[in-house]
Design a protein around this ligand. Structure first.
Ligand code: GAL
Ligand code: ZN
Length: 673
């Protein structure tokens, strides 16, 4: 089932915090929502204190009236479980539910997300509230979907209190079985770190020097699981009491703290909060990356942009607003990359509290200014695009992403602290983006068939099973490109013996003799054909065994040595980049792209224009064309279609204004079926 909710068409709306307003205001709210084409509002995200004024009383009257009012207006509700901000009465009765930092500071009440993920008191109270809401509203006709909690991992990602320590020990027992096994896994022979019993183990609190890396890695795994356990406790209540209604929680794009592959298995569909910075002229590239990830988490199924800002946010040092054209373009970009709706933080701008300067669909000035025009205009456009809801896309290039490897890569005391996953990934993604090629992200244990090319910008931690799957993929004719500092450790973060890249040596046909990180600000040159490229951050002294050398270093200690290699396996090939190439990455990726026969989504795509496709079940294609640049762009077209935004037929080219967009409906064809 690809429909996210009972609501037809694309979803449009936002967080609505009616508890911040007298009830008289609500009637105006719903009238204006209808005027703007809003069809879904998220209610109750931070309403716990209002819903449950103390341990023994509930106040649902206001929410009853609100849901009825919204329903009468024909608007659907995404009802939050309200558990992200425990009320003062609960905190004061149970101060032990407040989270504790690595150096022992208990965080105070007065903000939000102040809870220990492992606190039984907090969990019981959250489940109780969820149950009360589900029992009362599961068959309310306005209810279209459930919204669990809010942004797990926002503000608080870990807690070092005694309760968390006990939970960590339980988790370790589950994972390792015996303390001997844990000692082996953590390599506690080093620095006399041996444990006799599980009881001797504590979370990795602030310590005099470097903490055991496997302890830190297990801690990361545990913290993601501890929050997931909370989420699953609420989800179980909703599934039992409100069967058939979809449930989601809002993700935070590519967030290190949570293994979203694991998390998304427990979502009915994926939703995401995205706040690209309007002051960053390249923000749309990173937004595309995040949206591709969200689409990939459920293998191409539509997802929902749960929150974006209509204009400025309030939490950056300098909060630049969005030009109306940019707001429209960025909204369309989410749809272009698989979203079935655009929601916001928030509907009506707050007058009090920490977010009173955050933009809203209905600004402080009311309906008089440009803010309101922007809200009405986008609603009208989304109605014109309604038919794209449910359509999907599937890329031919896959990018491997593994949270375990990300966590391990960024542990301390490595050859270079500059090897950070998002920074390693970005130039690879940007290269594909600039070439007009869409990618899907893939978990390490995914089936790789169907992808002509796999990119692994980094797989620092790589178990042999995954390496074997990659080897089979290449032997079966696939093309794999692997970035540096990969295949280094196993799942315990122990070095694979026999030389790097461990289980990839045979596949790649080489061995790494020594890592050669590059100091900040310096570069090392290499020659690829008649081009000079520049490596930054990282290079390696490699020795080829069966691989051919495609590029050699030309400066520094490594001058004359291989830098980029390829080993063919029948019609498949395994490529290795032994250095970080930053903006030059695409020069190398052009070679495997050509070998795998992968071109842009649209031939002849001009600079600044993003082109993506979605495909409906009946084969109808939707071609999104987005001009992120400051100049008119003429886009050649291969087939006639209709621009859904204007209703006009298109010929063999169209011109996009600066920040302009088109969404073309193209009739079904045989190819790419
Ligand atoms: C999100 C959060 C919202 C609101 C928004 C402001 O992270 O979920 O509640 O705070 O940021 O940009
Ligand atoms: Zn805790």
């Amino acid at each position: 089932m690809d429909r996210l909710t009972r609501v037809p068409g694309l979803l449009y709306g936002g967080d609505w915090n009616p508890e911040q307003w007298p009830e008289e205001v609500w009637a105006e709210d719903v009238k204006l929502m209808a005027e703007a084409g809003v069809n879904l509002v998220t209610v109750g995200v931070f309403s716990w204190a209002r819903l449950q004024p103390d341990a023994d009383s509930w106040d649902f009257g206001w929410l009853d009236r609100l849901l009825d009012l919204v329903h009468r207006q024909g608007i659907a509700v995404d009802l939050a479980t309200a558990t992200a901000s425990p009320p003062a009465w609960l905190v004061r009765a149970h101060p032990e539910l407040l989270p504790v930092t690595a150096d022992g500071v208990r965080l105070e009440f007065g903000s939000r997300q102040h809870y220990c993920p492992s606190s039984p008191v907090y969990r019981a109270a959250a489940v109780r509230l969820t149950r009360a809401l589900a029992e009362r509203y599961h068959d309310h006709p306005a209810l279209a979907l459930w919204h669990i909690h809010n942004e797990y991992g926002d503000h608080v990602q870990e807690c070092f209190c005694a309760e968390s320590a006990a939970d960590f020990r339980r988790w370790l027992r589950d994972r390792h079985g015996t303390v001997e096994e844990l000692n082996r896994s953590w390599g506690t022979a080093f620095w006399s770190q041996r444990y006799n019993t599980f009881d001797q183990i504590e979370p990795p609190r602030t310590a005099p020097g470097p903490v055991n890396p496997t302890q830190l890695l297990d801690w990361r795994r545990f913290c993601s699981d501890a929050l997931l356990a909370l989420h699953r406790a609420e989800k179980a209540v909703l599934d039992a009491l409100s069967p058939g209604l979809p449930v989601t929680t809002n993700f935070m794009s590519m967030l290190k703290a949570l293994d979203y592959w694991e998390w998304s298995r427990h979502e009915d569909f994926v939703s995401d909060d995205a706040y690209p910075d309007p002051a960053d002229p390249r923000a749309h590239v990173n937004a595309a990356l995040n949206y591709d990830l969200m689409r990939s988490l459920k293998a191409g199924r539509p997802w929902l942009l749960m929150e974006q800002a209509p204009s400025a946010v309030s939490w950056r040092p300098v909060n630049v607003p969005k030009r109306p054209e940019l707001y429209r373009l960025w909204s369309l970009q989410a749809l272009a990359r698989g979203a079935d709706g655009v929601l916001h933080f928030q509907w009506r701008a707050s007058v009090a509290g920490a977010e009173k300067f955050h933009s809203a669909m209905l600004p402080h000035r009311g309906t008089a200014g440009r803010g309101w025009q922007r809200t009405v205009a986008l609603g009208a456009e989304l109605r014109r695009l309604g038919e794209i809801a449910g359509s999907r896309s599937r890329a031919r290039v896959g990018v491997l992403l593994d949270w375990d490897s990300w966590w391990a890569l960024e542990l301390d005391d490595h050859p270079s602290a500059r090897m950070r996953w998002p920074e390693l990934l970005r130039p690879w993604y940007t290269a594909l983006y600039e070439r007009g090629t869409t990618v899907d992200f893939l978990p390490p244990d995914a089936a790789h068939d169907g992808y002509r090319l796999l990119l692994a910008p980094n797989l620092y931690l790589l178990d042999t099973a995954t390496a074997e799957r990659l080897t089979r993929y290449v032997r079966d004719g696939g093309h794999l490109v692997c970035g540096p500092f990969s295949g280094i450790t196993d799942r315990h973060d122990h070095i694979h013996p026999g030389g790097h890249p461990g289980p990839l040596r045979a596949l790649l046909g080489l061995v790494v003799d020594e890592h050669w990180p590059i100091p900040d600000g310096a570069t090392t040159a290499l020659r690829l054909g008649d081009r000079e490229l520049h490596a930054e951050r990282w290079s390696e002294w490699i020795e080829t065994t069966e691989a051919e050398t495609l590029a050699r270093y030309t400066t520094g200690e490594l001058a004359g040595r291989p830098a980029v290699t390829r080993r063919r396996h029948g019609s498949g090939s395994a490529w290795y980049l032994s250095c970080h190439l930053g903006p030059d990455t695409g020069r190398v990726l052009d070679l495997p792209l050509a070998e795998a026969g992968i071109g842009p989504e649209l031939p002849g795509l001009p600079a600044d224009v993003e082109a993506t496709r979605r495909r409906a079940a009946d084969g109808t294609e939707y071609l999104f064309l987005l001009n992120h640049g400051p100049a008119d762009r003429r886009v050649p077209l291969t087939r006639p279609g209709t621009d859904l935004l204007t209703g006009t037929a298109t010929g063999d080219a169209l011109t996009l204004a600066p920040l302009g967009a088109a969404v073309l409906r193209l009739p079904a064809t045989e190819e790419r079926a």
